[in-house]
Design a protein around this ligand. Structure first.
Ligand SMILES: *Cc1c(COP(=O)(O)O)cnc(C)c1O
Length: 370
């Protein structure tokens, strides 16, 4: 049996006729950018995320960039980011001219460790960017307390965690302004690039609206040096269709995680995901860890099972960030995760039979190596 890392087969089947009808309306209306589809989706996503404002933008990286910009963060400022995040979080900090300051994650949840944040705060620190990595909510209460104590902004990177929550409050609704991505492979994904910022703050929302559209609220009147970072009408209508299924798809992901947890629970040398108290997980990624990661990945590939590594090189060791002067060993927890992590197939529609098949291949690998 061949099992890909990611498949759109089931989700696409569900939405195909609706998408085709949305496309026809979009095509016939002949209004392609900044129209009613975008307004509708922004309202729907704000309702879903329980925030007052959602501003659709071109992608997740641009959302984070705009979010930092609305807060006036720039050169000379420092922004705290997890040492094991996807590069986009760090790039957004660089785009506004600020300096990323890495803080190690907790080795159980893989999310930024609140106990280590205060040591990284200096007189230049302006914001903390928690990333709800793999779909699990960060410990937001502790993070908000630290931010308040030091008068810092919080900007959540919610690209992987649509619908996750901490103590009942949704990710993407805690920070002053937050960014998310609707890249096709995300839990809520468009048919191309898309993203959004979410906020309860009307002034941040207004700034984001202006920044995404050339710095202009009134056509041809430019208040600030803005960008072209708009979300297309067609992508917005796709997202409206898919948003209706998101909770159902999240439930399927959770059920899949339960199947994996059960099937893999007795495998030695395999660390399974753990969900912290008060946090929920939407399993954007089902990630395991083992010292034999590379050999296991190859064995699974040889047996037709697709896997991925999220992520093989932590930001501080990327060539792009050489100028920060970090070396191997500076963030040992992020490095440990990078060296041992493996993401197993996870998508709405994967069957229990497939999960059992994957688990039995993993068990065979482990037994052969005893
Ligand atoms: C995908 C992702 C982004 C960037 O989103 P794009 O839409 O690809 O620009 C940012 N942060 C995290 C954690 C992501 O997973």
């Amino acid at each position: 049996m061949k099992i890909p890392f990611l498949s759109f087969e089931e989700t696409n089947k569900k939405i195909k006729t609706q998408i085709i009808s949305e496309f026809e309306q979009f095509f016939d209306n002949a209004w392609y950018v900044l129209g009613d589809n975008l307004k509708r989706f922004e309202q729907e996503y704000a309702d879903f995320n329980q925030v007052k404002h959602c501003v659709g933008v071109s992608n997740g990286l641009d959302a984070l960039h705009i979010a930092l910009k609305t807060l006036g963060i720039g050169p000379g400022d420092e922004v705290i980011v997890p040492s094991n995040t996807y590069i986009a979080t760090v790039l957004a900090v660089s785009y506004v001219g600020a300096t990323p300051v890495f803080v190690e994650p907790d080795l159980i949840t893989y999310n930024i460790d609140p106990a280590k944040i205060e040591d990284a705060i200096t007189s230049k620190t302006r914001a903390i960017m928690p990333v709800h990595l793999y779909g699990q909510a960060c410990e937001m209460e502790a993070i908000m307390v630290i931010a308040e104590r030091h008068h810092l902004f919080v900007v959540e990177d919610n690209a992987q965690a649509h619908g996750a929550s901490y103590n009942g409050k949704l990710t993407g609704s805690w920070g002053h302004i937050n960014g998310t991505s609707f890249y096709p492979g995300k839990n809520l994904g468009a048919l191309g690039d898309a993203g959004a910022v979410t906020t309860d703050n009307p002034e941040c929302a207004r700034q984001a609206l202006i920044l995404r559209n050339y710095g202009s609220e009134k056509k041809y009147y430019n208040e600030v040096i803005g960008f072209n970072m708009r979300l297309d009408e067609f992508q917005a209508s796709v997202l409206s269709v898919k948003l209706k299924y998101l909770n159902e798809w999240t439930e399927q992901r959770r059920e899949t995680a339960d199947w994996y947890n059960e099937a893999l629970k007795n495998v030695d040398d395999l660390i399974l995901p753990k969900v912290a108290d008060k946090a929920t997980h939407v399993y954007h990624i089902y990630l395991v860890r083992t010292k034999q990661r590379d050999a296991l990945q190859k064995y699974l590939a040889d047996n037709g099972i697709g896997t991925m590594i999220h992520y093989p090189i932590p930001p501080h060791l990327q060539k792009a960030y050489e100028h920060l002067g970090f070396k191997k060993g500076d963030f040992p927890i992020a490095e440990e995760i990078a060296d041992t992590c493996l993401s197993l197939p996870m998508w709405p529609g994967i069957t229990e039979k497939m999960v059992k098949e994957i688990a039995s291949i993993i068990m065979k690998f482990m037994n052969d190596r005893k």
